[in-house]
Structure formats: C-alpha cells, structure tokens
Design a protein around this ligand. Structure first.
Ligand code: ACM
Length: 525
C-alpha cells in the first residue's frame, strides 16, 4: 500500500472517533488491507474503513456451512469485543458471509470492505472460511484475546480477491517420537487454519511408538504405543480420539492425511508382534533417536495380512483422500525387497479407496498411478536422487515439496536454538521462505507440483510451547509459499507482513523465535 493511502485511512479512522478519543494504546487506524499472511492474490485498497461496533450483526446465507462459519467467526470476535454479534439470515450491512455461484474456485473468496460493512463471498464453504481468516488478520491483533479489549475494531476498505496457488498446503506433526494429545493437536490445527493450511499429515507410527488403535492388532497401540523418545509413557489415539481430530480438522477445512511408515521405521510394530519379524523374535521397545534399523519382513505373507488390516481400519476412519505409507530411510530393507514391498502395499491402499502418498524414496520403486511423492531432500542431495524424483514427476507422479533444509520446522534456526535438530543445517526465517516451489526440483515439470508441506518431527519436542517455538515464524512462510502467487514473492515486503503477525501470536499465547532477520514491532513483548 502506498504512503498516501495509509494516511488517508488514518484520517478516515480518526473521523470515526471525532466525538471521543480512542482508548490509549490502541491503534486508531485500520491495518493496511494487504497486511495479510499468506499474501492475497489481489488487493485494491481505498475508501473509508469498516467499523465493527456493538450493533454489528453477522449476516449469513441460510445454509448449514455458512451458519457454522458465522458461528466460528463470532466465537473469535465475541470474547475480545464484548459485543453480542448475533447471527442473522436477514438484511444487509455488517459482516456478510455469502455462498454464491461464481469464479471463486474451490478455496477462493472475495472480500469487500467499506464503511457499510465487510462482505466475504465464495463458491465453497472452504473459500468462505479462508476469507474469514483474512478478515481476522485485518482486525487488530487484540481481537484474538479471550477477554474484553477496548478496540476500536476497524477493517481497512477495499477489495481482496484471493485463491491459492496450490491445492495441497500441508503441515505434518510427528506424534510418534513424542505423543501429543488430542487437545494439543487441536491447538496446532487452529494455528494452521489461521494461515489457510488445508492438509494435516499425522505421522502415526515410527520406531518409538504406534499411536493409532487397530482393533485387529490391539498390541500395536497398547504395547507399541506405551513409550516414546526418552522413555516417557507415550500414548495413542483411540478410534474415537482420531475421529475427533478428523472432525475438528474438517471444521477448520483441513483434511487429515494419516501416515503409517513402512517398511522401515517399524520397531514399535515389530516389538508388538513377534510374527512380523523375519526371525520370529520381537525386539524390545525403542526410545532412542537412531533411524534405519528396523524393517517389516518382506517375504512373509503375514506382513501383508497385517498391512491389509491396518490400512482397512485406518481408511475406514479417514474421510480424506490420502493414506501415507512412508517409505523413507528403509536402510534395513534391500532394494529388491523394497520394490517388491511397494508393489504389494500400494494396491492395498487402492483397494480401500485411498491415494498413496510416500516419501520420495517411493520413486526408487514404481509409484502407483496417481500416487504423490513427498520430496524431503536438501540442496546437497545427489543429482541422481533428484533426477529420479524428477523422472517420476515427468511420468505423472505428483510432488509435495518438503525440502528439509527449507521447511523442516524441527531444524534449529541457528546454532543457539535450544530445541530441534541440525542434520539438514540451520534454517533461519529467510531461508525457510526464500525459494520457489514451482522451480525447485531440476527437471520436474511445474505442473507436477501439487503443493508444499512443512513437517515437524518431534525427537526433541514434547509440548505445545515447543511446537509453537519451532513453527513460528517459519510456518506462515510455508503457508505463503503454498497459497500466494509467485508474483507476490518478495522477502523485503514479506518480512514486514510477517512482523505484523507478532502481536497476534502474543494475543494467542504463541511463543515464537524472534529472528533478527524480521523487523518485529518494538511494542511486542
Ligand atoms: C524423513 O525425514 N525421514 C522423511
């Protein structure tokens, strides 16, 4: 936004308070219309801002989805404004949420703001929901608090037209190395939703823990889930727990992508059932952090009966399209066995109606038709390995980009970061943001890229505060890479928009890394 426009808004905002001063310490001007993360596709600012008052109503279409999104918005606005903000299906002005036919796309929306009101229009509920996230960010950060704040509640005027660059915008949480409760997962879902992330990948099993109840193999959860890295008590999701996560994610327009990692990263399963081991002997539970030492027994038929049961039960709990079968770091499986294994397992996933996602080592076997490969290499990954993934992409395998030295959220920011790992290097905020998913992997067609995902591995993380500190401020950058048009990509303007998010994180109780690369407002903290 131009300086002239900024001062216009200031004048307009001051006019609102001509009869009485705004409370001390509160911004009297609306935040600039484009001050949103991820950057909207198009922003046209201008006009007098909207002033949300105690008389504001939230007008929704008479549809269940619009009413639910209206209630969600009211749930955010009521505690901090102290206003009633009733929902109504009648009248005009105020905040309007409208579902209509139109060229908005599956997740796009239009937001029109002016002195009469703010209207968000979309074709699909997901678009309306994303528009609500934009509206949230246009209101003062104190709107996120759960006690009454003074306001004023101004929204800059103009029009935003917005839709995502990529359909797949993911975040992964490793609930295997350390277990996270349903409440902790919900908290992360809410943080993801604020940045329009729409896929929640749950890494449900690994050497250190099996975290999802499987009725036909009950010891997976009750024994395989009974510990975690460092030897704590671990835990697992009952089917009802998992369905509650799926339901909550869906209410925030996120799809859950469950991962059962195989054939490696399987010590918790191998420890739970002796017959899954080639030598028939169950190893002890494992609470360390090494990788690559475990493998399902590829020649044994019981392996595939086991996986059929697991996939069947997990698919039945999962309304989403995908089932992630891992496939990374199978260092204790021969290449021949790995290829045979993937040839057996991928049809099981298809049989239960799901699309395979695998870590990019899947491309060393034969990815099933329609499968997606999740690339987690580094700049330093060999040209041959990159070429193998690119070749699969040329042959129709879709790509999800999660380069570890860019958006692995568990990498330390610097050598002084108290949490996290550094095997992929240190990943400061600029490095996490400053790359182009569309031109990242040499030889991979841009059309193969389905999106980006920011994984968060939990070897060193065991609390929500740990998650927050590693995810913020890098997660919003990953979200922006997934959502915003390449033309908006610019570190110098991004870092200013990112900095403006900090008071919102403070209001939400999200502790974050105060990177020296970002011009944080001096008033925070
Ligand atoms: C991975 O980081 N092993 C996918």
């Amino acid at each position: 936004m131009t300086r002239a426009l900024g001062s216009l808004l200031l004048v307009a905002a001051a006019g609102v308070f001509a009869g009485g001063a705004a409370p001390a310490g509160q911004a009297r001007a609306a935040a600039p219309l484009g001050q949103v993360v991820p950057a909207p596709a198009s922003v046209r600012a201008g006009g007098a801002p909207y002033h949300l008052t105690r008389d504001t109503r939230i007008r929704v279409d008479d549809s269940r989805a619009a009413v639910r999104i209206g209630e969600y918005l009211a749930g955010i606005l009521r505690p901090s404004t102290g206003y009633r903000l009733p929902l109504t299906t009648h009248g005009q002005a105020g905040i309007q949420l409208r579902l209509t036919k139109g060229a908005y796309g599956a997740e796009g929306y239009r937001l029109d703001s002016g002195s009469n009101g703010v209207t968000i229009t979309a074709r699909e509920p997901a678009g309306l929901f994303h528009g609500v996230q934009t509206l949230r960010q246009l209101l003062p950060a104190t709107v996120e608090k759960d006690t009454v704040q003074p306001g004023p509640w101004l929204v800059a005027a103009g029009t935003i037209q917005d839709s995502p660059r990529y359909a797949y915008r993911g975040a992964m949480l490793d609930v295997a190395r350390h277990f996270f409760t349903v409440a902790q997962v919900k908290r992360y879902i809410d943080e993801l939703a604020l940045y329009k992330i729409n896929e929640l990948h749950l890494h449900l099993s690994d050497d250190q823990g099996w975290r999802i109840a499987v009725d036909s193999w009950p010891r997976l959860a009750t024994y395989g889930g009974s510990t975690q890295v460092g030897g704590g008590k671990g835990g697992y999701y009952t089917k009802a727990d998992y369905q509650e996560i799926v339901r909550y994610a869906a209410s925030r327009y996120l799809e859950v992508v469950p991962e059962v990692d195989m054939p490696g990263h399987t010590n918790a399963a191998l420890a739970s059932y002796a017959e899954l081991n080639c030598n028939g002997v169950a190893p002890p539970l494992y609470t360390g952090t090494n990788v690559g030492f475990s493998s399902l027994c590829v020649p044994k038929e019981v392996t595939y009966r086991f996986l059929d049961d697991v996939v069947r039960e997990l698919a039945a709990l999962t309304p989403g399209r995908y089932l992630h079968i891992g496939g990374d770091e199978a260092h204790s499986t021969s290449h021949d066995d790995y290829v045979k294994f993937m040839d057996r397992v991928q049809p099981i996933v298809a049989k239960y109606g799901k699309t395979v996602i695998g870590w990019h080592q899947l491309t060393s076997a034969t990815p099933a038709k329609g499968a997606l490969a999740q690339y987690w290499g580094l700049d330093s990954t060999s040209a041959a390995e990159k070429a193998q993934v690119a070749k699969a992409a040329q042959n129709g395998t879709g790509l999800i980009l999660s380069p570890a030295d860019r958006i692995y959220l568990d990498m330390k920011y610097t050598k002084d970061t108290p949490l996290g790992l550094s095997w992929a290097g240190y990943v400061e905020v600029r490095r996490a943001y400053d790359w182009n998913p569309g031109a990242y992997l040499p030889g991979a067609p841009a059309s193969a890229v389905r999106g980006v995902e920011a994984p968060l591995w939990s070897e060193t993380l065991s609390t929500s505060a740990h998650i927050d500190y590693m995810a913020f401020p890098r997660l919003p950058g990953a979200a922006e890479l997934g959502w915003s048009p390449a033309a908006t990509h610019d570190w110098d303007t991004y870092k200013v928009r990112l900095a403006a998010q900090a008071p919102r994180w403070d209001a939400l109780g999200i502790g974050y890394y105060r990177s020296p690369q970002v011009p944080w407002p001096s008033s925070t903290r």
